[in-house]
Write a protein that binds this ligand. Sequence first.
Ligand SMILES: [Zn+2]
Length: 410
Amino acid sequence: MQNCLVSGGRRAFRIELPDGRRYWSVIDENYDAVELADRFLFDLRFGRDRAESTTRVYAGELARFLAWCATSGRSLEVAAQELSRFVLLLRTTATERPGAGQGRSPGPGRINHVLAVVREFYKHSVALGAIDASVLASLYEVADDRFLPAELRPEGSGLRYRAAPRHRLRASRSAQPEAASQAEWEALLEAATCWRDRFLLVVLWFLGLRIGEALGLRRCDLHFVEHATGMGCGVEGPHLHVVHREDNPNHASAKSRNERVVPVGPIVLAYYDRYSHERLSCPQADGCDFVFVNLFHAPLGRPMSPSAFRQRLRSLSRRAGLARPVHPHMLRHATGTQMTEAGVAIDVVQALLGHGSITSTQIYVHPSAARLRQAVEAVEALSVTRNHSKTTEHVKKARTAPTKGDGDGH
Ligand SMILES: [Zn+2]
């Protein structure tokens, strides 16, 4: 067993069952599992088949909430009634966990996530019959759907009623991770001191892989040949496979369980060639099937961990003199943005990035001024070519007539 995320008497704890299956739970100061939290997390993992990493995040959020209940002596029923106080506590407490947000209070997106986990926990406990259903009235209010966007309303229906969470912070758009610019990426590439880092930067920039997906790649996932039939794969052209594996020793994992194929272009292949050569100079890496391995630091030849690369990217950002540190996700964000800028259809971007829902892809669509202009010009061109003689004549007149005051100004 392994524990982390210590949180005032309640903590997230990794549990390994006798058959080797693992999930994260919440324990108290006596190392006893907190019963309702444990049942919730167990069902999440094995009943709803969520990833171990998801239970880890949920257990961490839930431990915070239960620690607040325990230290303030609130029962779950009272805690639900006074949830605003917990929100206030979250808003004013700096994050202790190491990472980008350390030392700052969490943003609205993060707090909303904690609250969503807390609500799921309550719903589960009510379904078990462990808490009275009346507690849900403290968490949800009944609202009608007239203010929902049309696509979220059931078709042909009148007014529908739904349960809306009572506690939710307004998340600003700037909470979205920003895309790295090409200049930033090029500066990182210049600052990188080895081909492994350069190859990884190229993979993240051109293919938009999540960092966990990239560091989880095995050499057998790379089909960098024209025809992979010899490897038992029918996909034409160089490509790689993003495969979900739970047990990677470096804790790198593909988020989606659906395997996807990502085509690879000549630039990525060229950088891979250079990296392969460099990798040969580390004999310890020989027996390791992972693509990205430690070449210069202990443990040599072992798979590189996401946290090690994040740290590396921070120091590369400093070396490159960038005004802000670049996070791996900013490179993925840049890929999505560039693809939509290049006119790639959104369903294709969704497939390449491996999004389960197209709404995740839509955040990468930022229409630029140039694309807005193109759209307006396309409509103008269409109205003239449609052979509507009246439009054409009008347009001709407008273009040739001297601009004498028409009387009405605009
Ligand atoms: Zn293949």
